[in-house]
Design a binder for this molecule. Structure first.
Ligand code: NAG
Ligand code: NAG
Ligand code: NAG
Length: 221
């Protein structure tokens, strides 16, 4: 074999090997892409109807929701609906609200609604709102203010707290909360927190036991 032939043979071999490994790489990319797509389209939908000063809702966020979000957010399509057993009044062009646990609860519900709206990332909103709920008892007892707790809860999370406060103190906050009211009236939850779960295939089911177990059951194909 001449020199030239050997070189050509090497080039041909090299090209084959390169093409082959490129194909496996592309395939691997595709598998990863398909996996991500599957996770996106098979996300487990969780709707949570709650109110911010209700002890049951506070416990639920602390003990159930936060750990589930921290571990499984990639598989979840979360929807938080802070409103609960409130009433919306519309008088002289303005909204006002009456809440089961008083005006401070309405204020908290509005903050949660604005966090969800401003962040546009339900995982992040759930983490911020879980943190707010962790301090809700002290806020309810008026030992800490929402302002302090918001600053604390968003310290490491790169949240535009100014935008959240602008929303809370504007008609937008009222409008968002009234929208949550509409969603809650449509669902008529018999109690709060009221949690529904569904996967791509199924109808929404009421979660009565542990959220983590419910999520794992629904994750099965
Ligand atoms: C990725 O998904 C597409 C369309 O669903 C499918 O045709 C293709 O075979 C899948 N690729 C792999 C590597 O699983
Ligand atoms: C949403 O927030 C979570 C938690 O901070 C983060 O891990 C995730 O990347 C964010 N998603 C998007 C689409 O920005
Ligand atoms: C809530 O429902 C009322 C009455 O149907 C409607 O006027 C209002 O625009 C709704 N609010 C939102 C935010 O969708």
């Amino acid at each position: 074999m001449s020199h030239i032939n050997t070189v050509l043979l090497f080039i041909a071999l090299f090209e084959r090997i390169t093409l082959a490994s490129m194909a496996t790489l592309n395939e691997r990319d595709e598998i990863t892409r398909n996996k991500t797509k599957n996770i996106q389209s098979n996300k487990i939908k969780i709707d949570i109807y709650y109110e911010t000063l209700c002890p049951g809702s506070i416990n639920f966020f602390e003990m159930e929701l936060q750990p589930v979000v921290e571990k499984l957010s990639a598989y979840l399509d979360l929807k938080l609906i802070p409103y609960g057993f409130a009433k919306t009044l519309f008088f002289a062009g303005r909204y006002s609200f009456l809440c089961q646990h008083g005006p401070l609860e309405c204020f908290g519900n509005k903050i949660h609604s604005c966090v969800i709206n401003v962040l546009r990332n339900n995982t992040k909103a759930a983490l911020v709102n879980s943190c707010l709920m962790k301090y809700a008892r002290t806020i309810g007892a008026r030992r800490l203010s929402y302002k302090m707790v918001m600053n604390w809860c968003t310290y490491n999370l790169n949240v535009n707290t100014k935008a959240v406060w602008r929303c809370v103190h504007s008609v937008k906050g009222d409008y968002l909360l009234s929208g949550n009211g509409n969603a809650t009236y449509a669902k008529r939850p018999p109690y709060v927190p009221y949690v529904e779960i569904s996967n791509a295939a199924g109808r929404p089911l009421e979660v009565t036991g542990h959220l983590m177990l419910a999520v794992c059951r629904h994750a099965r194909p």
